[in-house]
Write a protein that binds this ligand. Structure first.
Ligand code: PLP
Length: 352
């Protein structure tokens, strides 16, 4: 980079000058026998478990455990109500509505565009190449002095492939805004996570989630990994109690069961490869994008016909056939061995 990375320059002035909300738990953090400072119900909750006290705003216990699992210091972790909250906070912290812009590289996760629209922030789309990789010259052309964020999803949704690491590093080295690498599917990939590059790249934000491999989509827990300076920005503008106590309790319990999760990941990857092998034999299948995720993008002769036939048999896949660069494609999530077998049976006997 020509100039050293300057986070303050990127930040919106209203956020820079913001005095954050100060909760009762911010003002008194120690142990005490009588807590009558937060207008809580001192008697308890009408439940077996007590939820009458406000939760830890910074989720120290959960972050401590995640820090051990991920090998990233707790001070470099932000927890959000899903990754979607982290995405929204990035827009609110760094992008002035009607002034700044972000770069998106479709086909990719739809939430970046929705969040841009909600925040009235312009986006510049630079399509991935035919092999679903970054078009670096076109990205360089799209960036101007008002470009604050670039979103790169790797492994990418809905294509399933990983983005070339060197290309992401080229952007990290040359872009003066923040590079957001969304690793929602990293557990299914052999590629190395960018969470280990936070010291090297002050403009890096890595997103992960408990919604996919960890099997906790209903709890809504997303993670952002970044420099302590960027994490401080997240903490400054998040709602004070964005992760509720029930989620913190249940996640702590779930994080003890890493062996179960690793075994599911291994099975999912095995099933993915079996599914690819079997689908490839079918007449109707034109192409399958090599996947590093828990789903595959399959190009079909008659995607809509196949989609509706499967719906008629109680099997729902995602029709992406109208998405630019995904023409003709269905996105199929890897299920249990029984579910995958049923899918293959139905597809094999489609005309009989
Ligand atoms: C599913 C998914 C997420 C997860 O979002 P949550 O809000 O954490 O459930 C994030 N990014 C991508 C690319 C996804 O596909």
């Amino acid at each position: 980079m020509d100039t050293p990375f300057n986070l303050t320059k990127l930040l919106r002035a209203n956020i820079q000058n913001l005095v954050p909300y100060s909760s009762a738990r911010d003002e008194f953090k120690g142990e005490a026998s009588v807590l009558i400072d937060a207008n809580e119900n001192a008697f308890g909750s009408p439940l077996a478990h007590n939820y009458n006290r406000y939760p830890d705003p910074l989720q120290h216990q959960v972050k401590h455990k995640l820090s051990q699992i991920k090998g990233v210091p707790a001070a470099n972790i932000f927890l959000g109500n899903g990754s979607d909250e982290a995405i929204d906070i990035l827009f609110r912290a760094f992008c002035r509505p009607g002034v700044d812009n972000v770069v998106l590289v479709p086909p990719t996760y739809g939430m970046y565009e929705v969040s841009a629209n909600i925040n009235d922030v312009a986006y510049r789309k630079v399509n991935l190449t035919a092999t679903y990789q970054l078009d670096l010259p076109a990205i360089a052309d799209a960036i101007d002095e008002h470009t604050k964020l670039i979103f790169i999803c790797s492994p990418n949704n809905p294509t399933g492939n990983s983005i070339n690491r060197q290309d992401i590093e080229t952007i990290l080295n040359n872009f003066e805004g923040l590079v957001v690498v969304d690793e929602a599917y990293i557990n299914f990939s052999q590629t190395k996570s960018f969470t280990h590059e936070l010291v090297e790249y002050p403009n890096l934000v890595v997103l992960q989630t408990l919604s996919k491999a960890w099997g906790l989509a209903a709890l809504r827990l997303g993670m952002a990994f970044a420099s302590t300076e960027i994490i401080a920005v997240f903490n400054k503008i998040k709602p004070p109690y964005n992760i509720n106590q029930a989620t913190q309790d249940i996640v702590l319990e779930a994080l003890e069961n890493i062996d179960q999760v690793n075994s599911w990941i291994k099975q999912t990857v095995e099933e993915r490869e079996k599914l690819v092998q079997e689908l490839d034999k079918l007449e109707m299948v034109q192409h399958i994008t090599p996947s590093d995720a828990n789903f595959i993008l399959v190009k079909m002769n008659d995607p809509r016909g196949v989609y509706e036939y499967l719906v008629g048999n109680g099997i729902i896949v995602r029709d992406r056939s109208k998405v630019e660069l995904c023409e003709g494609c269905l996105r199929i999530t890897v299920g249990t061995p029984q579910e995958n077998q049923l899918l293959l049976e139905k597809l094999t006997t489609i005309n009989s």
